[in-house]
Design a protein around this ligand. Structure first.
Ligand SMILES: NC(=O)C1=CN([C@@H]2O[C@H](COP(=O)(O)OP(=O)(O)OC[C@H]3O[C@@H](n4cnc5c(N)ncnc54)[C@H](OP(=O)(O)O)[C@@H]3O)[C@@H](O)[C@H]2O)C=CC1
Ligand SMILES: O=C(O)CCC(=O)C(=O)O
Length: 449
């Protein structure tokens, strides 16, 4: 892969040399460097201060051992990570992922994207990310608790309400955040907003649970409005059936769409009559079972083994809300061939670079993750504000703020794309808009930063 700008190519070559075998991190960096090219060429100050090489190098990366005891008395060892990527515009902020695929590359790609995403929210948050290769599937509640307590025993040394504020991501929801928060409080003897996504009885914010999925639909709705259309009457496919997927499906339905398919890492269900979300919530949020169960409980629904096949289901709008690189070129082609006109990314980096280019070349309205899924972290920022003033806002207040943040992110990305000669390309618009704020803050803070 080659970039048009020599300075950016030099930085990218160094990234590849210094981070070998880190395909996800290299991919995330490449996509950003390619799309910010016009901004680098417009203002030579960025190259002079070598801003890009500084931005692709995390400020700090912590790797640690997490030892815990399983229900059979065996001592288990996992690897924990926290990348504190960039604090130019605020304390490090970003989720924790618990999944066997977690490694340095995954954590770094997520941390790097988080920096630009958080910048787009307009709230004062730097970027970070963390997690572990611990697999929560099939673990008992006590095992999850012991793991979280051990994980936090080390992480607590590196975070704080004004330093670094983690939250949830894949495999980390309200239950895990509760165990992590309890352990932090025990270790530090302080009650602070050190994590977001907390339970409502101990400093959590209303709407945080729904925020990423709702925010995604608010963003897509705005994008559709600009093309004189809406969610009403559209058929929607949503991949995943976790936090982001469930609340994206809920809001899409509220806005008049029919969600016809959802998935998990084993397979997908199609329900032409429209997915019954109360059944999905019961299976996933309460019983923590597989999506396959849906077809056993709902007449007329079919289950298909293998998660990739979901992209062959005919739809108007696709909302990938599961994981990175879940849409490759082949899936992108299948979506377009079946008439899909809109893709809104709820997951982080769910489309490969080839898939994104295919969507753009085929005039699909494409909402890139950094912008479209920023509602989760934006609402985390609102949780931090409520914690600082020791107040709780109503559901309506937080939802209205989330809505206006998502509308503004859309407008900022669309206007920036147009300003730089890429009208309609929200990948370029979002990357440049997110980049400029961070880069200007870094310039103002001197070369040693
Ligand atoms: N939670 C948040 O606020 C935010 C999350 N995101 C991103 O959204 C995505 C989903 O996160 P979230 O909903 O919180 O996570 P959850 O753990 O709640 O749900 C993840 C869903 O994706 C599926 N999934 C996970 N890994 C894979 C895989 N390798 N292949 C296929 N399916 C997979 C899971 O299926 P299974 O149960 O079988 O593993 C599950 O249905 C991630 O990319 C995350 O980074 C982005 C912004 C904010
Ligand atoms: O709410 C947060 O801080 C984290 C959200 C997140 O991890 C993400 O935006 O990918």
């Amino acid at each position: 892969m080659s970039l048009k700008n020599a300075y950016l190519q030099k930085v990218y070559d160094k990234v590849v040399a210094k981070n070998p075998n880190e395909a996800e991190f290299q991919q995330a960096v490449y996509e950003v460097l390619e799309s910010i090219t016009p901004a680098i060429e417009k203002n030579p100050a960025y190259e002079k201060a070598n801003i890009i090489e500084r931005m692709v190098e995390p400020e700090r990366m912590i790797t640690f051992r997490v030892t815990w005891v399983d229900d059979n008395g065996n001592v288990q060892v996992n690897r924990g990570f926290r990348v504190q990527f960039n604090s130019a515009i605020g304390p490090y902020k970003g989720g924790l992922r618990l999944h066997p695929s977690v490694c340095a590359s995954v954590i770094k790609f997520l941390g790097f994207e988080q920096v630009l995403k958080n910048s787009l929210t307009t709230l004062p948050m730097g970027g970070g990310k963390g997690g572990s290769d611990f697999d929560p599937k099939g673990k008992s509640d006590m095992e999850i608790m012991r793991f979280c307590q051990s994980f936090m025993t080390e992480l607590a040394k590196h975070i704080g309400a004004d330093t670094d504020v983690p939250a949830g991501d894949i495999g980390v929801g309200a239950r895990e955040v509760g165990y992590l928060f309890g352990q932090y409080k025990r270790l530090r003897n302080e009650f602070t907003g050190v994590l977001t996504g907390k339970g409502l009885s101990f400093g959590g914010s209303l709407v945080r649970t729904e925020a990423t999925g709702y925010g995604l639909c608010y963003f897509v709705e705005e994008m559709l409005k600009d093309s004189n259309t809406s969610f009403a009457g559209k058929e929607v496919v949503v991949s995943g059936s976790g936090n982001v997927a469930i609340y994206a499906a809920e809001k899409a339905m509220e806005l008049g769409a029919k969600v016809i398919a959802m998935s998990d890492s084993n397979g997908y269900v199609v329900d032409e009559a429209g997915i019954k979300l109360d059944v999905v919530k019961q299976i996933k949020e309460v019983e923590r079972k597989r999506i396959k169960e849906y077809a056993e409980r709902v007449e007329g629904a079919q289950y298909h083994e293998g998660c990739k096949g979901i992209w062959t289901v005919k739809c108007d709008i696709a909302l990938p809300c599961a994981t990175q690189n879940e849409i490759d070129l082949e899936s992108a082609k299948a979506l377009v061939a079946n008439g899909c006109k809109v893709v809104g990314e709820g997951a982080n980096m769910p489309s490969t670079i080839d898939a994104i280019n295919y969507f753009l070349d085929n005039k699909v309205l494409f909402a890139p993750a950094k912008a479209a899924n920023a509602g989760g972290v934006a609402t985390s920022g609102l949780e931090m504000s409520q914690n600082s003033e020791r107040l709780s806002w109503t559901f309506e207040e937080v939802d209205a703020k989330l809505h206006s943040i998502m509308v503004n992110i859309y407008k900022n990305a669309a206007t920036t794309a147009k300003e730089y000669g890429f009208e309609g390309n929200l990948v370029v618009g979002a990357n440049i808009a997110g980049f400029l704020k961070v880069a200007d803050a870094m310039l103002a803070q001197g070369y040693a930063y």
